[in-house]
Design a protein around this ligand. Structure first.
Ligand code: SAH
Length: 249
């Protein structure tokens, strides 16, 4: 039986390409490692008043609108729990419900890897539910009652959680077994060991008068590895010196 990822959103259209295109699209098509089904639910389908009934003005005043806890609960119960044959009493064992918000745990290489191990590996048994916030966010009581994890993808405010959820799914699946063709690939990428990746070159050997660093075509693997390591340090010092500082702490 394939594992399931449920997404509650006001804009399901965001997720069609995610489930059809590229390497993560192939996971959802069952072409790479364990198959995951992506089920996108349109929140207004669970609200008697449709699109207009999903949000309401904040108590205490202030700008914008807030998504209602009762509507989100109905979407979770009728859309996910009933359709997916889970049980509300056992929800903590069957599902991990994830929200994204500026207040969340910072999503970086290490949280991403931890998440992939906990939720996407063959040992994990829980299915995942992502709640995409819109407007000013969602009623705090829904967070208190039903959200297990909150992640923030960066110190800026998005207009909605959809892009954050896509960034989380895309980056986490890169660490999932069988997803990247070459298993070493994810381990050699930027941020592993707090360094950026070295520069990459491919054919043609000359482009607009620029050649390829000689070491890379020397065939001397020891020298090539030395070159790669040195370049990683050089690139990180130039573009992300904060990563090196972080390593020293
Ligand atoms: N009023 C909120 C922002 C609401 S933005 C505040 O000041 O914190 C609307 C929705 O976009 C949020 O509910 C959240 O789900 C999502 N979002 C915005 N910025 C995000 C970020 N940096 N990381 C993850 N999700 C974010």
């Amino acid at each position: 039986m394939s594992r399931k990822i449920w997404i509650l959103t006001m804009f399901p259209d965001f997720f069609r390409p995610l489930s059809e295109v590229g390497v993560v699209g192939q996971v959802f098509q069952g072409m790479r490692g364990e198959k995951f089904d992506l089920n996108t639910l349109y929140i207004p389908d669970f609200c008697d008043k449709g699109f207009k009934g999903v949000d309401s003005a904040p108590y205490g005043g202030g700008p914008g609108m807030v998504m209602r806890a009762d509507v989100l609960k109905k979407a979770l119960v009728e859309g996910v729990i009933e359709k997916g044959n889970y049980s509300l009493d056992n929800i903590k064992n069957e599902l991990a419900v994830i929200f994204t918000a500026p207040r969340g745990t910072v999503w970086n290489s290490s949280t991403c890897k931890k998440f992939a191990t906990e939720y996407l590996s063959s040992q994990s048994s829980k299915d995942l539910v992502f709640i995409c916030g819109r407007y000013e966010g969602i009623d705090e009581r829904f967070i208190e009652q039903y959200i297990d994890e909150v992640y923030c993808i960066g110190d800026y405010v998005l207009s909605g959680g959809e892009i954050a959820v896509m960034a989380i799914i895309d980056s986490a699946f890169r660490f999932s077994e069988g997803v990247l063709g070459n298993d070493e690939s994810a381990m050699e990428d930027s941020f592993e060991s707090n360094l950026l990746e070295h520069p990459q070159y491919t054919r043609p050997a000359e482009f607009e008068g620029l050649t390829v660093p000689k070491t890379l075509t020397s065939g001397n693997h020891k020298k090539i590895n030395e070159w790669k390591n040195n370049k990683q340090v050089e690139m990180t010092k130039k573009w992300r010196p904060d990563l090196i500082e972080k390593d020293r702490k």
